[in-house]
Design a protein around this ligand. Structure first.
Ligand code: FPP
Length: 252
């Protein structure tokens, strides 16, 4: 919900006296570069995704440590179905593996797992693994770990428009009632504030259909590092850069 005002949080680094102020409440990450990371090592692309999954675990640890409220990770886009089937199949098995290996830690860390995207069109085994993780963590009230899975920003907006048009046709909604905040109620993210900081790894500088509506006033931070090489030093670099940004939301 973009009407939420940004609030300031601070966190002292455990290793030093340095304090990072104004920790972003919602961090969104485009985890890019798994394939290139694997290629550089002479490994198949899927090895990069597997390594990327363990970096997800590390990043969750960092987000918990810095009291981030929401971490949204772009794990699979609506366009990623165009990839070779064995790669898609591998990625679709990752939620099960993630649950198997990391769910106990997520539970201990009070992490609540959720997803955004077209959940119903995922393979049954993927849905089952995700639903299990959601059910097991639904009472947790710490970090919200939000996987964007089968997610596309344009699809999300079209879906909202269709629902609004249906409501208008049924006379449950008046055209005059279509506003930014009423439209937001139809987005997958209707229970979340907009991302404060968006990180993209691997040197690419584009949104790739991620959180198009929600990132209108988001601060962007890019790194050349490939996702499997993303680490705490880079995470802190992003936080320190965000700390310096002056967010004006179109004002002065
Ligand atoms: C983009 O890198 C990465 C993906 C499309 C998949 C990301 C998935 C993970 C990091 C694991 C997610 C974990 C769970 C539990 C779902 P790329 O393959 O496009 O890299 P490239 O640009 O170097 O080819």
């Amino acid at each position: 919900m973009s009407i939420w005002l940004p609030f300031k949080k601070t966190k002292q680094k455990e290793s030093s006296n340095e304090i990072i102020e104004n920790i972003p409440s919602h961090i969104a990450i485009i985890m890019d570069g798994n394939g290139r990371w694997a290629g550089k090592k002479g490994l198949p692309r899927i090895a990069g995704h597997k390594e990327g999954m363990s970096v997800v675990r590390n990043t969750v640890r960092m987000a918990v440590k810095y009291n981030v409220d929401v971490l949204t990770l772009y794990a699979f886009s609506t366009e990623n179905w165009k990839r070779p089937k064995p790669e898609v199949d591998f990625i679709m098995k990752l939620p099960k593996e993630f649950s198997h290996v990391y769910l106990p830690e997520m539970k201990r860390n009070n992490v609540q797992i959720d997803t955004i995207g077209d959940f119903d069109s995922l393979p049954t085994h993927t849905k089952k693994a995700i639903q299990h993780a959601k059910d097991e963590t639904k009472h947790n009230d710490g970090l919200k770990l939000n996987f964007a899975l089968n997610y596309g920003g344009r699809y999300e907006i079209i879906r909202a428009i269709k629902q609004i048009a249906t409501a208008c046709e049924a006379k449950e909604m008046d055209i005059e009632e279509i506003t930014e905040s009423s439209l937001e109620q139809y987005l997958y993210t209707n229970h979340l504030r907009d991302p404060d900081l968006l990180i993209r790894t691997s040197g690419e500088k584009r949104l790739s259909n991620f959180l198009l509506w929600q990132s209108a006033y988001t601060e962007f931070w890019f790194t050349e590092a490939l996702w499997p090489d993303f680490n705490e030093t880079l995470f802190e670099e992003a936080l320190k850069e965000y700390e310096k940004r002056k967010r004006r939301y179109g004002g002065v």
